[in-house]
Design a protein around this ligand. Structure first.
Ligand code: KG4
Ligand code: ZN
Length: 342
């Protein structure tokens, strides 16, 4: 019988346009997951406006935390630590979460655990997959990041591939805007693609000779823009569903090919995806097929744990907490924080 005490962590996430709080028990059991999204507000501008994001976080953060505690049927007195995203992200947005976490820790004399946002995305996979343990390869695909990561142990990461230009989600958002779908574009392209042919237009699949795991999405994005321009010049009607499906296929092909190469080279039998773009239905199907072919286990979080949320931060904070990570009163927001830095 285990005599170990349960560990309850309140986690806070405010790195971009979601104000989120969650209570996580023993690292894998999510007791509450509250997300206040600002998407409706930023939609008006076609993308996230940093100052508006910060202002909205400061307005919402206390209510979101209270709701997370209420849903978990807990009070601040029941907590063992506070986990908070301190980078990477928008500096003004991060500062709101960091200041809030520090204030609670100071008032309640609780340990403060700063979390890297990408470590959070990767850790989202632990929530619904109790059997998942490192080592594995994880592809993090979000609006701000495209990283291929070798997860060697809890808290130990090696970035083996990254985008040289646009993040995958950014490319989805830009192409969506070009075909008039609005922000955020990823889910809209995903939906429209179901009515189009993925082989209708051949868009480029970038290969970088010097680094087989790196990505580049600016070429495919420009190819879509050029295609739209040339149709307009010739007075041809654009089949938006075909453009969406063909673009999506080009992005998915590259992501799958590079990720499977990493899985083979690192000789690992587990592969996971994470981040907002990991909700993409074509990408999930493509990885499910590829992993089956490679005879490896495929892991992916539910969509609610793919987009920014605090539950994933709570999971990452737990593993940092049990490894002894504690941050001081001088913890600051670090907009370009590198994975693995403390
Ligand atoms: O992880 P996330 O919520 O925020 C960042 O940390 O960036 O990711 C947001 C990104 C946006 O670019 C959005 O368009 C994209 O994820 N996204 C998708 C889908 N759902 C969200 N992209 C493709 N297909 C989707 N279903
Ligand atoms: Zn994110």
């Amino acid at each position: 019988m285990s005599t170990e005490k349960d560990i309850y962590i309140l986690a806070i996430e405010s790195s971009c346009d979601e104000t989120a709080a969650s209570v996580v028990k023993n690292g894998r059991c999510v007791l509450s997951n509250v997300i206040s999204s600002q998407i409706e507000l930023h939609k008006l501008y076609g993308g996230v406006v940093p100052e508006i994001a910060s202002r909205k976080h400061i307005e919402k953060i206390n209510q979101v935390i209270e709701e997370a505690l209420n849903q978990a049927e807990m009070t601040l007195d029941d907590l063992d630590a506070i986990g908070v995203t301190y980078g990477p992200g928008l500096v003004g947005a991060l500062l709101v979460g960091v200041a809030e976490a520090k204030a609670i820790c100071y008032a309640k004399r609780l340990p403060l655990v700063g979390v890297h946002h990408i470590e959070g995305h990767i850790s989202a996979n632990y929530i619904e997959n109790p059997d998942l343990e490192p080592p594995f390869i994880c592809l993090v695909v979000s609006g701000g990041h495209t990283h291929l990561v070798a997860v060697k142990d809890y808290g130990t990461y090696e970035i083996i591939g990254r985008t040289r230009d646009d993040a995958a989600g950014e490319a989805f958002d830009k192409v969506a805007r070009a075909i008039g779908l609005g922000y955020p574009g990823g889910p809209k392209i995903d939906k429209l693609s179901r009515e189009g042919r993925p082989d209708a237009i051949q868009f480029p699949r970038a290969k970088l000779e010097d680094s087989p795991y790196d990505f580049s999405f600016s070429g495919v994005k420009s190819a879509v823009l050029n295609y739209l321009n040339s149709c307009q010049m010739k007075g041809e009607e654009v089949n938006r569903a075909d453009v969406a499906a063909s673009f999506q296929q080009a992005v998915c092909d590259v992501l799958v090919e590079h990720a499977m190469l990493a899985v083979r080279d690192y000789d690992l039998d587990k592969f996971a995806i994470a981040g907002g773009v990991a909700s993409n239905s074509t990408l999930r199907e493509a990885f499910a097929r590829a992993c089956e072919k490679e005879k490896i286990q495929f892991y992916h979080p539910s969509p609610i744990f793919c987009t920014d949320n605090a539950a994933m931060i709570g999971v990452a904070a737990y593993y940092e907490y049990i490894a002894g990570t504690r941050h001081g009163w001088d913890l600051n927001a670090v907009p370009n924080l590198k994975l693995g830095e403390r």
